[in-house]
Ligand binder design. Structure first.
Ligand code: UDP
Ligand code: MG
Length: 338
């Protein structure tokens, strides 16, 4: 396989001296969310077995059954009898982000890998991802080289979404990155420390930071079945992503309201002055229009102020940590207990 061949490449080879916190033989947890993937799992499990046997790690495989209604549950129940395999069955379909979070929560390894069950994430790349981790990367994400396999609408939607997200959210989503990732334990712990309920994983990976390295790959097509993320579901996911990582729509609405209010006040003042100087042919018109413009302006500005507070409440409610410490060196005063 080309992926295996690249591991022998000096650029990807394990250095003789490993950086701190890296070991030649880490414990690896591999997390796979599955929703109605019986036919794909039958293909994937042997391939994963093969890849994990050769990765030079002690490993566990955590399969999260996200409320499957086909033969997945039965297949997993049988697979779980084998050593190294754990199955987590969710009570219904909670969605991929929830299934991933459940799997990350259950993982025990120093290194955690997440991948799809549909063979779009080739297990042969795992060795290469591990090599990059051993060389010091905190997170290795497989980056798809293109979207030529996707329809025009999906590609267009993705382009718009990534542009909006990167411009407005304060985090940068790397192009082509998906849920095929290898993470150091520190990254997993940082992710699990985020208590928010609407979890947009791609955004969270970027939010926690750390040294992320891309590993380019060409995703093969889905082995069996169709993608669960149709246009409608992708649209909902992008709205989740945009709203979880920005409050600019609120601010834009407030700003727009403020501008309209200013125009209203200006015109109201002009009409009032005109009536005082020259009078107005329709009695009462000036009073009505000026009070209307004034009250509408006050309302718009008040809604803008509310928007600002709602944005702050939203940030507080998400209760994300203020920062994530990557590493700490040195010592200060001796601790009081000792
Ligand atoms: N998946 C899941 N729950 C869902 C939808 C999807 O666990 O509600 C899993 C699915 O079984 C697969 C992975 O998420 O392992 C990716 O799904 P899919 O291939 O449909 O997405 P795409 O490759 O189009 O992004
Ligand atoms: Mg897929």
């Amino acid at each position: 396989a080309p992926a295996a061949a690249r591991t022998d490449d000096p650029a990807h080879a394990t250095p003789a001296r490993l950086p701190p916190g890296r070991s030649a033989r880490p414990r690896l947890s591999c997390v796979v969310p599955c929703w109605n993937e019986a036919r794909n799992l039958a293909l994937l499990l042997p391939q994963l077995d093969e890849a994990l046997q050769h990765c030079g790690c002690d490993w566990e495989l955590i399969l999260v059954d996200d409320g499957s209604t086909d033969g997945t549950a039965a297949l997993l129940a049988e697979a779980a009898l084998r050593p190294g395999l754990r199955v987590l069955q969710l009570a219904r379909n909670f969605g991929k982000e929830a299934a991933l979070t459940a799997g990350l929560g259950a993982a025990c390894g120093e290194v955690v890998l997440t991948m799809d069950a549909d063979l779009q994430h080739p297990p042969a790349l795992i060795a290469e991802m591990l090599a990059l981790w051993r060389r010091g990367a905190d997170m290795v994400y497989a980056a798809r080289s293109g979207r030529a396999d996707e329809g025009l609408l999906k590609r267009l939607g993705a382009a718009v979404f990534y542009r909006l997200m990167n411009a407005a959210s304060g985090v940068t989503l790397p192009a082509g990155a998906g849920d095929f990732r290898l993470m150091d334990r520190v990254v997993v712990d940082a992710l699990l420390a985020l208590p928010e309920r609407r979890r947009f994983m791609k955004g969270l990976y970027a939010w926690v930071g750390y040294d992320a390295v891309a590993l380019p790959y060409a995703p093969p097509p889905r082995a069996h079945g169709r993608s669960r993320f149709g246009l409608w579901r992708l649209l909902r996911l992008s709205i989740d992503g945009l709203t979880a990582f920005s409050t600019w729509p609120l601010r834009a609405a407030g700003l727009f309201g403020g501008v309209l209010a200013l125009i209203g006040f200006g015109y109201g003042g002009f009409v009032a002055l005109q009536a005082l100087l020259y009078g107005h042919p329709v009695p009462g018109w000036t009073t009505v229009i000026v009070s209307l413009l004034f009250l509408l302006g006050v309302q718009l500005v008040s809604i803008g102020i509310l928007g600002e507070y709602v944005g702050r409440i939203f940030d507080e409610v998400k209760a994300r940590p203020l920062y994530v410490v990557k590493r700490a060196w040195g010592r200060g005063l001796p601790s009081r207990e000792s």
